[in-house]
Design a binder for this molecule. Sequence first.
Ligand SMILES: [Zn+2]
Length: 278
Amino acid sequence: MAALTRLFRSTTTTQNAAASFIHRSLTTAAATQSVTPRIDPKGRNVQWVFLGCPGVGKGTYASRLSALLGVPHIATGDLVREELSSSGPLSKQLEEIVNQGKLVSDEIIINLLSKRLEAGEAKGESGFILDGFPRTVRQAEILNEVTDIDLVVNLKLPENVLMEKCLGRRICSQCGKNFNVASINVKGENGNPDISMAPLLPPSNCVSKLITRSDDTEAIVSERLRIYNEKSQPVEDFYRGLGKLMVFDLPGGIPESLPKLLEALNLDENEDKRSATA
Ligand SMILES: [Zn+2]
């Protein structure tokens, strides 16, 4: 409770409203806990967190699953961008932080997230998939105090696959579409299956206009992964300790991985039904 008390001691009226909302959510949520993912286990929809290092495709999987389950896909990066482009109460403060190249504080992120959840509840939303949050153990502790996370899905790819994938990224300088020229075929190590990913090739009119992002170099990607691993390890350990962490080794790209992920989440039946009625 200490983190929450500390957090909300320094809050404004708006933040107190958000705090009371999340307290209300906490007290109305059923007390049962289960690690086995199910839809609607508590008279509400799923409340999941997706973890995964940059390049793993976490946003894509989170977005596909949220569409399937009818829950919002809440990416904290989007919340920050939306607040920045709005005239919201935090936009000025955020602008300064971002312009100075500083990290957005836990308090601001929690505040944006609380506001988003509150607005969602007002519209009748139930459940969520969080993407990009929590990033630190402190954020995880605060989240744990204010709401009931059912499951944390940690998406994994071997580092050499991630590297190839990041180095293969291309953007069309004309239409802005993203492609990937890497054709990945990596032999599985330690008894793990091989991983293959087909490239996502551009149409002929984009080919001559492809550019590589300046930060998709081997050195920068490997530094990004190192920093991510260093920060995410304690968050993974935190959820492992709560019995809520599900590690999922992606067997390839989305076509290979999505069905297996749905199966692991006991959602494959749901998917069949959806396809049948589509
Ligand atoms: Zn193009």
